[in-house]
Design a protein around this ligand. Structure first.
Ligand SMILES: [Zn+2]
Length: 416
């Protein structure tokens, strides 16, 4: 592979999306810098001799023909958008890595048995529409055009109205991928956590992807004067909420070794002044796990605890289920192929699961799917501080190349 090409591409894409004040990268879904990046990617694909098009949602899809065009394609890709003031590698690594796979095949005149499709997904981050992985949801049929009419951004704009005017003429090509139409989907991504770095590993081979179950909890107390209401006569919604928050943290700690993490990341206090007892607190709760049964066990314990704590403190509550995603297990044969390649390349690797959601999770139900992680500094992402070394990038992309070449052989059979 040509590391220099990959580095230069990172610079090109990030230079026109950088917030000079803090170094953060801003390619928020369907903003000018994000669409410019999608266009730039499509031009690079064209230059690499690929058959490239945009689908209705603005995903960029590019195909390199195989020796046998009727065979199912190997699909590679990740997302081109970022969060507000995000990092330089989240998403873009998997997009530029996929492009480098094609460049490598071109440079070495390698004709693969199976076709290879590379994709830059639009709108993976939930920053704008409060829902994640929308581009891959559209492509895999989990979100229809009709659904887009009911999804709004933070300013109330309707997703469909944003996407439709941008939609390209697809020359009759079908955009949606269907079940059993893809041989394998593979995504390269930064870990966005500290596990690989702390264990001195070059590569994480991802076995499962955890998924959240989310709730909005309103705790109802009684607002009254902070000076004239004696302690035994108060119904303080904030102290009740505090007890609930600590209980939710304790549940996460108790189930930590079963792959559970629990977070209360948002709290709103009413009236939120120094001299009034808080009468109402709203919390947003995020419970995640790679095993749905265990996650739902934690959820039911959380419900019991909220009930007990509010009863004990004579306050009321209302809990709203904000929805859940299904944890996904990835394909074991692809993981084994990546493992063999790591051994061959002398890369330090480990098996792990992903706590964060990725586009790959939408492919797991429709085709054999896998992910490759590389470490990032201090596990930090979604921040201008997000950082990886070029050596780490090189190893990740190289493994993506070797795994893809193996998957694209017609005598490699994948189950599932
Ligand atoms: Zn990402």
């Amino acid at each position: 592979m040509h590391l220099q090409n990959v580095i230069e591409n990172f610079q090109t894409f990030n230079n026109f999306a950088r917030n000079e004040a803090n170094g953060g990268i801003n390619r928020i879904a369907f903003t000018h810098p994000e669409r410019l990046a999608a266009l730039k990617f499509s031009m690079l694909c064209q230059k690499a001799g690929l058959d490239v098009y945009f689908d209705f949602f603005g995903n960029v899809i590019a195909r390199r023909e195989g020796k046998y065009p009727s065979l199912k394609p190997i699909v590679l890709g990740s997302h081109i958008d970022t969060v507000k003031d995000g990092g330089q590698y989240d998403g873009l690594l998997g997009v530029l890595g996929a492009l480098e796979v094609v460049e490598h095949l071109n440079t070495h005149n390698i004709e693969t048995d199976h076709p290879i499709i590379i994709i830059a997904f639009a709108c993976e981050e939930s920053t704008r529409f409060n829902e994640a992985t929308l581009g891959s949801k559209y492509l895999t049929g989990k979100m229809t055009k009709e659904d887009m009419k009911f999804i709004k951004d933070n300013e109330g704009n309707i997703l469909y109205d944003i996407v439709a005017p941008l939609a390209q003429d697809m020359h009759g090509k079908t955009a949606l991928f269907e079940r059993n139409k893809i041989k394998a989907f593979l995504e390269l991504h930064i870990e966005q956590g500290p596990i690989l770095e702390n264990n001195h590993k070059d590569i994480g081979i991802v076995t499962d992807i955890a998924a959240p179950h989310r709730f909005k909890l309103k705790v109802q107390g009684v607002t009254s004067h902070s000076g004239s209401t004696p302690m035994p006569m108060r119904t303080d919604a904030l102290t009740t909420a505090a007890e609930i928050i600590l209980k939710i943290e304790a549940l996460g700690q108790a189930y930590h070794d079963k792959g559970i993490v629990t977070t209360v990341g948002y709290a709103q206090v009413y009236p939120n002044t120094m001299n009034a007892i808080p009468g109402e607190v709203t919390l947003l709760i995020d419970i995640r796990g790679k095993d749905k049964t265990i996650r739902e066990q934690v959820v039911s314990e959380m419900h019991q605890s909220i009930d007990a704590i509010t009863k004990h403190r004579h306050s009321n509550y209302h809990i709203e289920d904000l929805g859940q995603d299904t944890p996904r297990s990835f394909n074991q044969t692809i993981a084994q192929i990546s493992e063999e390649k790591c051994q061959h390349l002398n890369y330090e690797y480990r098996y792990m699961y992903s706590g964060a959601g990725h586009d790959a999770m939408n492919f797991a139900p429709i085709c054999p799917t896998s992910m490759i992680f590389i470490p990032c500094k201090d596990g930090i992402s979604h921040s201008p501080k997000e950082s990886v070394t070029y050596e780490q990038v090189e190893k990740g992309v190289n493994l993506l190349i070797h795994t893809t070449i193996e998957l694209a052989k017609s005598d490699i059979i994948l189950e599932g």
